[in-house]
Ligand binder design. Structure first.
Ligand SMILES: *[C@@H]1O[C@H](CO)[C@@H](O)[C@H](O)[C@H]1NC(C)=O
Ligand SMILES: *[C@@H]1O[C@H](CO)[C@@H](O)[C@H](O)[C@H]1NC(C)=O
Ligand SMILES: *[C@@H]1O[C@H](CO)[C@@H](O)[C@H](O)[C@H]1NC(C)=O
Length: 387
């Protein structure tokens, strides 16, 4: 079986220059987080309308029409429900993080994630959703596992195809439908591990005014509250291979929706805020281009282009331009990042993986071979979850 992660990896990422992300614009808004979020959602209502009204023409299909229709109905339901939540969610108790696992094999590190989520279950700071490739014979988690009952209706995924985009959109839609308090949406795979405790992750994303260097502004510091939320997604606008990837479906195919100067790349392991998650599930116009098949598999990685292109076209200022998932591109083979084995796993490795130039720390890391689990379980309490 092919690893999902390897299909996501980019040969370019080690040497491409990263996009900006240091914009300093701050919204002036009430510190009451929920109402603030709602306010932010209003300007984007127009984006939701296409989701609620049926499309005038059937879109050209490369993914099977039945699958596409199936997805459309879920995406529409999710966006419609988010509209109704606009008026009712002011009573939400707290913002939650939705952890979205995209996998085509067993969740090798589920005992590690079990510990990660363990202590905070009662405080309900999070929700878990799993998209598991139904063709992969994945064993269902036992009752008592945090993953039990968290599998969403899923479809087959495959390398260099838009099916990974569909899978991610299904996860986002499921999470939006499931709980109006889901505010951050973090995409992970079975080869990812946490680099900190859930409490640290929650604090960094939700309350910290210093975690994200692009919003650690004087204003936030002065008020002592988080005034603004960004999506943590890599946005790469310069790379020698970008042109080849742009024309992978034909030279003029992406026009007029996506001119080359709007085409972006980035890892598909990102953490989106709710309004960006909504934009993604509502999009029809870019999707109808990105879902077209490529001529060549080795230049096609739609899942690495669709999200950064779409979001930077509609709201570049709301994106950090960097990801929270550490990955090691040194010695990359065949577009696969370095896969750590058990002999490399140590508290020092965790320390090294945390170091980021963009935020106070990376929060997650990939990619690790399944037999690293025992080693992780030895070091978790002292080296991973100590903060
Ligand atoms: C699925 O996995 C189980 C346990 O890992 C194995 O016993 C079974 O033969 C597998 N089924 C198929 C169709 O591969
Ligand atoms: C990255 O991977 C290379 C092997 O490809 C390894 O030598 C190096 O130590 C790794 N870097 C980190 C920070 O783990
Ligand atoms: C941080 O930036 C420096 C200088 O560009 C670079 O050498 C270093 O590898 C970067 N570290 C990380 C963790 O990305």
């Amino acid at each position: 079986m092919r690893s999902l992660n390897s299909s996501l990896s980019s040969k370019d990422s080690s040497r491409i220059e990263r996009g900006g992300g240091e914009d300093q614009m701050c919204y002036r808004a009430s510190p009451f987080l929920i109402s603030f979020t709602l306010l932010l959602s209003l300007p984007f209502l127009f984006l939701l309308l296409p989701c609620i009204l049926p499309p005038l023409f059937p879109l050209p299909d490369t993914i099977s029409p039945a699958d596409e229709l199936d997805d459309l109905s879920v995406l529409r339901r999710a966006s419609a429900s988010s509209l109704s939540h606009l008026s009712s969610s002011s009573s939400s108790p707290s913002l939650k993080i939705a952890f979205l696992f995209l996998t085509n094999s067993d969740l090798h590190f589920s005992p590690l994630w079990q510990r990660f989520f363990r202590d905070d279950r009662s405080r309900s700071l999070f929700n878990i959703y799993v998209h598991a490739d139904p063709s992969a014979n994945i064993s269902l988690p036992p009752a008592g596992s945090v993953f039990h009952g968290r599998f969403i209706p899923s479809k087959r995924t495959s390398r260099a195809s838009p099916k990974l985009i569909s899978a991610t959109r299904r996860l986002l839609a499921a999470a939006i439908l499931d709980d109006p308090a889901n505010f951050y949406f973090a995409v992970l795979s079975q080869y990812c591990i946490p680099l900190h405790s859930l409490e640290y992750v929650y604090r960094s994303l939700v309350t910290s005014t210093t975690f994200d260097s692009s919003i650690a502004t004087a204003e936030s510091a002065q008020h002592g509250v988080r005034l603004r939320y960004n999506s943590y997604i890599e946005v790469i606008d310069r790379s020698p291979r970008l042109w080849k990837r742009y024309i992978a479906r034909g030279r003029y195919v992406m026009l007029p929706e996506v001119p080359f100067d709007k085409f972006r790349a980035g890892s598909q392991f990102f953490t989106l805020i709710r309004r960006h998650a909504l934009m993604v599930i509502c999009d029809r116009s870019l999707w109808k281009k990105f879902k077209l098949p490529c001529y060549r598999e080795d230049t096609c990685f739609p899942e690495e282009h669709y999200f950064p292109t779409l979001l930077s076209m509609v709201d570049r200022r709301g994106l950090t331009g960097y990801t929270l998932t550490a990955v090691n591109w040194t010695g990359t083979v065949n577009g696969h990042p370095h896969t750590y084995g058990p002999s490399e796993v140590s508290p020092e490795l965790i320390q090294r993986l945390r170091a980021s130039n963009h935020s106070e720390s990376y929060l997650f890391a990939r990619k690790f071979s399944p037999d690293c689990l025992a080693k992780f379980m030895e070091i978790t309490d002292n080296a991973i979850f100590e903060e």
